[in-house]
Design a protein around this ligand. Structure first.
Ligand code: GDP
Length: 366
């Protein structure tokens, strides 16, 4: 078996996200180098790899042996799915800074204060007390000055570990940090994935001799993006700030979000349901009594994604019952997809979502 001449890991050509990936044609060369080492050496860029649970736990639990600042990067569209499970234990006595990414996709009318408030509650409910919360866009560079300021303030001259689930934008964030951090980091990106180990961390030197350490992203099988085919991810991912779509629904009506999720309005007065999901997604309204038949006859086609091919591996629906009281304003959050705002006169709603996808309720953000 070939090994990477950069980091020593066994080369594989199957899975881009997993360690040791190299494209087939790279194997023809005498000196084979994995894609991650290639990017580091040629583009001065990191590419986070992903690991499964067991290897990941070992890395995560090792953090408590270090005196460091921990940054956890989460996806604003998938807080439940992207939250690193067990992070509260893994950090030991270290401080943690919560970085919520992809704010460029959030509707413009939401205030940062509301988002931070909501995230603080999410953290508390999961037993985590971050020293601070910052809402950023790694892609657009929003709030990077603030992020860098916080890192400098809270690391108190220590190393920094960056953790996050696959796809939250951790590499995008770190690559921008490398560019924005200024002198110390700029073009100093000498990698050291520890040769010959599976630890797969990347060490980036900071100007004071300390390091920013990128840990692999854990693949969370419950993330919506792992339930569909990779080519379908663009179908559910917003590309710009989402525009709300308003439906006035009567009780006993159903609304399908593609074939991914089904919302049954069981009981309540006619009221508005505001959908905050990727605008390219197909929403389809029908009568509740026709919904089962419609789904059976049109799943994978009219009701897609998932497409016919993906459906085979798509988890079965699970029903979540939600009661909203008269006068309450709530968001029903469908992790990885978006949310539906219900403000009205009370409603009994059943959400059918693939097994494993988290359905949450929060006070309306807007
Ligand atoms: P990682 O697996 O956590 O390292 O995630 P990546 O940095 O590879 O990003 C995963 C996907 O999210 C890519 O398609 C990125 O382009 C996208 N992404 C990352 N950050 C942002 C962001 O701030 N906004 C948006 N809209 N997309 C982002």
């Amino acid at each position: 078996m070939k090994v990477c001449s950069g980091c020593g890991i066994s080369i594989q050509t199957e899975d881009k996200q997993m360690p040791g990936f190299a494209p087939q044609r790279a194997l023809e060369r005498e000196r084979v180098i994995c894609q991650r080492c290639f990017r580091i050496t040629h583009y001065n860029e990191i590419a986070s790899v992903s690991l499964d649970n067991k290897d990941y736990r070992a890395i995560l639990n090792d953090i408590s042996n270090h005196d460091a600042l921990v940054i956890m990067c989460i996806d604003l569209f998938d807080v439940a799915g992207s939250w690193v499970k067990g992070i509260d234990q893994a950090i030991g006595d270290n401080s943690i800074l919560l970085v919520a990414n992809k704010m460029d996709l959030f509707p413009l009318s939401i205030t940062i204060e509301k988002i931070e408030d909501w995230l603080r509650k999410e953290a508390r409910s999961r037993g985590l007390k971050p020293v601070d919360i910052v809402v950023i866009s790694a892609k657009k560079g929003y709030e990077f000055d603030q992020l860098i300021g916080m890192i400098e303030q809270y690391r108190e001259g220590k190393n920094v570990f960056v953790v996050g689930s696959a796809n939250v934008g951790k590499s995008t964030m770190i690559n921008r940090l490398i560019k924005d951090f200024g002198e110390g980091l700029d073009h100093e990106l000498t990698t050291s994935p520890y040769p010959g180990t599976t630890l797969q961390t990347v060490h980036i030197p900071l100007e004071d001799g300390k390091e920013l350490i990128d840990t692999p992203g854990i693949i969370n099988e419950q993330q919506m993006s792992h339930l569909i085919a990779p080519e379908e991810i663009p179908l559910i991912t917003p590309t710009k700030p989402i525009d709300p779509i308003v439906y006035q629904l009567n009780e006993q009506q159903t609304l399908f979000i593609g074939g991914l999720v089904r919302i049954d309005f069981i009981k309540g007065e006619r009221q508005s349901f505001v959908f905050y999901v990727a605008n390219q997604l197909n929403l389809h309204r029908t009568k509740l009594e026709n919904a089962d038949t419609l789904y059976e006859n049109h799943k994978g086609e009219l009701l897609a994604p998932p497409s016919m091919d993906t459906l085979e591996n798509f988890p079965p629906f699970v029903t979540h019952t939600i009661r909203i009281k008269n006068g309450e304003e709530k968001d029903i959050v469908i992790s990885g997809l978006g949310w539906v705002a219900v403000k009205g006169t009370g409603a009994l709603i059943e959400v059918q979502a693939p097994k494993g996808v988290h359905i949450g309720i929060r006070p309306s953000l807007i």
